[in-house]
Design a protein around this ligand. Structure first.
Ligand SMILES: Cc1cc2nc3c(=O)[nH]c(=O)nc-3n(C[C@H](O)[C@H](O)[C@H](O)COP(=O)(O)OP(=O)(O)OC[C@H]3O[C@@H](n4cnc5c(N)ncnc54)[C@H](O)[C@@H]3O)c2cc1C
Length: 600
């Protein structure tokens, strides 16, 4: 039975036929690896995800975490799964051997982790946050912080969080008020409240390492006065032993629509619930430079944004495969034109409208997976390309693609989950099937790690204008390379290339027009339409890239034919949606801008 979590065939196609990850073993960092070690890691991920993560996905949703005022309780399968995950060594798959990592290419490590997200996105959030936290400290923390916090996190003994949001400051981090008061011994004491903190309390690990944004009194206002601190739940001695309970207190759990297996918390720092050293105040240590905290935190946020896109993709993918399996089995109705009412019913996949819903899902989830793995491959280029100019190019392209990789799957793989429910009909609306949970779980993704609207502002307001438009130029030039190769390939690919070239030209034209008079108010008023249109162009590009990796037209098997058909679908049904969006943007439409709050 093929898995209904993800398609290994698709992963192999993307990693090997398209991204050619096996060629990376020529580079010194990956010299110890081979196609076999990549395959082994993927096999292991699929097995542990299937056997340890998928079975409690529904149970963790039905029995959400509880807090009795003293302790947070989760169903025991969560901890058992996380212990199994720690044993695989996959947490450190992409990390340096110097910290115990496997030094797998990021593209392979990302593909491995997608199995866990597809199996159980809520349980896999704990290692995702922990790895992001560890990576930030490896990049910006001191050697002592690496020894004290990172090593136990990578061993699976401590878990990590990211504490940015406050009840009154979500999208606008400039307004956070948590303060960090310097102490004579060089440490700080933190006071404030953090809202929405995922994994903020539980008993799944010996300790929880919070990375907290706070203000040092006297610093500049706004984002330039934000610093970053590492604040453990339990203080850690110089020898690594656990000491006093820090003054970080769980005020309560949030009760969510989905993603229920991940505890989500309101945390009080320094309210005197505990008194380390005999007095209130959460003990923290500065990470990196004072007042550069948000820049440091972006290290984790960028990684988390791509992780959110990957999670959205994984949920879309598993919903697609489950609805596909259902459509093959469910008999209902007869073909249009069938005259005999006594004839056997056909499986619903025989109805073109059901195939439409499946094809739409396929084009979204396989397009999104291609983008996620392409970004992971860019990380490999950024770190190991032999020529510096290529490393810089990968860095810039990744920067431009990050808001799209976060947002496009969050919107369209959620739409895929919606279609999966529709394919199952009434059954899809019940809790007897997984697809309704996938939809609820996926509904978080356009909200956290910067909402859809905030990603849109980032793409149009920053990424497309930075360095004099270098990001926009690089994106369109890279798409242009694909267009050129497709034209040279000829046949159907050349036709798709012409359509993609037209759409990419509109991205440049519309971006210039929006910024023609430098007025950000009007330019950014329709930023979400811009994000969505550019996102569709990027996914069309990902589909043309996949077409170019297929064997010649008329050869190959059903898998290859299905890929070609999904590419046709995306170019025929989806890419044309961008026309009206670009028209709206080009006209610098003022409808939403001119709508006044008192007219509602
Ligand atoms: C389940 C869950 C898990 C989370 N996990 C974490 C975590 O681990 N750590 C953490 O720090 N945070 C976490 N968050 C917080 C999350 O990042 C915020 O919810 C998100 O950034 C939005 O902030 P907000 O909820 O305050 O909404 P608001 O900022 O109030 O936004 C409400 C609406 O207004 C829009 N809006 C706001 N400002 C603007 C603007 N300037 N321009 C245009 N539109 C705007 C938004 O797009 C949104 O649609 C989590 C949230 C949830 C729900």
């Amino acid at each position: 039975m093929p898995s209904t979590l993800l398609s290994r065939r698709d992963l192999d196609f993307l990693l090997h036929d398209w991204l050619r990850v096996s060629e990376l073993v020529e580079r010194p960092r990956y010299a110890e690896h081979s196609r076999e070690t990549f395959d082994d890691a993927l096999d292991l991920a699929e097995r542990v995800a299937t056997e340890q993560f998928a079975p409690h996905n529904r149970a963790a949703d039905l029995a959400e975490p509880t807090f009795d005022g003293q302790r947070v309780r989760l169903i025991p399968q969560v901890r058992a799964a996380l212990d199994s995950f720690a044993e695989t060594g996959l947490l450190t798959a992409g990390l340096d051997a110097s910290v115990g990592g496997l030094q797998l290419p990021h593209a392979v490590a990302a593909a491995c982790f997608t199995w866990f997200q597809a199996a159980n996105v809520a349980t896999s959030a704990y290692p995702m946050l922990t790895l992001g936290n560890a990576n930030l400290l490896l990049a910006h923390g001191s050697a002592e912080q690496v020894d004290t916090y990172v090593r136990p996190m990578l061993d699976g003994r401590f878990f990590g969080t990211m504490c940015l949001s406050e009840p009154h400051a979500g999208s606008s981090l400039a307004d956070i008020t948590t303060r960090a008061e310097p102490q004579e011994d060089g440490s700080y004491r933190l006071f404030g409240t953090k809202m929405w903190i995922s994994g903020g309390d539980h008993e799944l690990a010996e300790n929880i390492v919070h990375l907290v944004l706070a203000r040092i009194p006297g610093g500049p206002p706004g984002v330039k006065g934000i610093s970053l601190f590492v604040v453990p739940k339990v203080l850690v001695g110089a020898d690594g032993s656990l000491g006093d309970r820090n003054d970080v207190v769980l005020a309560g759990l949030n009760h969510k629509m989905g993603f229920r297996g991940t505890t989500n918390t309101l945390l009080n720092f320094g309210d005197g619930g505990h008194t380390p050293g005999g007095r209130p105040g959460a003990v923290g240590h500065l990470v990196g430079e004072p007042h550069h905290g948000l820049a440091h935190m972006f290290h984790m946020m960028n990684e988390a944004r791509i992780g959110v896109g990957a999670g959205a993709t994984a949920l879309g993918y598993t919903g697609y495969l489950k609805s596909l399996a259902y459509a093959r089995e469910r008999p209902q109705g007869r073909p249009v034109g069938a005259k005999d009412p006594a004839a056997a019913q056909v499986p619903i996949i025989d109805h073109p409208d059901v195939r439409r819903m499946l094809l739409a899902q396929k084009s979204y989830v396989e397009g999104a997976l291609a983008l996620v793995l392409y970004c992971a491959r860019l990380l490999d280029e950024q770190g190991t390309a032999p020529v510096e100019a290529d490393r810089e190019r990968a860095h810039l392209l990744l920067d431009v693609l990050t808001p799209i990789t976060k947002s496009w799957p969050s919107q369209w793989c959620l739409a895929a989950n919606d279609l999966a429910i529709q394919v199952l009909g009434g059954a899809g609306y019940t809790r007897d099937h997984d697809v309704e949970q996938h939809y609820r779980d996926n509904r978080l993704n356009p909200i956290h790690e910067g909402t859809h609207g905030i990603q849109a502002l980032d793409l149009l307001g920053r990424k497309m204008t930075m360095q004099g438009g270098a990001g926009l130029a690089l994106l369109t030039a890279t798409i242009g390379d694909t267009v050129e190769r497709a034209r040279q390939a000829g046949g159907e690919a050349a036709g798709l290339a012409d359509r993609l070239a037209d759409a990419a030209a509109r991205v440049t034209q519309v971006t210039r027009r929006l910024w023609a008079d430098g007025d950000p108010v009007l330019a950014l008023a329709n930023a979400s339409a811009y994000l969505e249109a550019v996102g569709h162009v990027v996914i069309a590009w990902m589909w043309l890239e996949q077409v170019l990796a297929l064997p010649p037209e008329g050869t190959g098997d059903a898998f290859h034919a299905g890929k070609r058909q999904a590419a046709r679908y995306f170019f025929t049904v989806e890419l044309p949606r961008t026309g009206p969006q670009f028209d709206l943007l080009e006209s610098r439409d003022r409808t939403t801008l001119d709508m006044r709050p008192d007219w509602f």
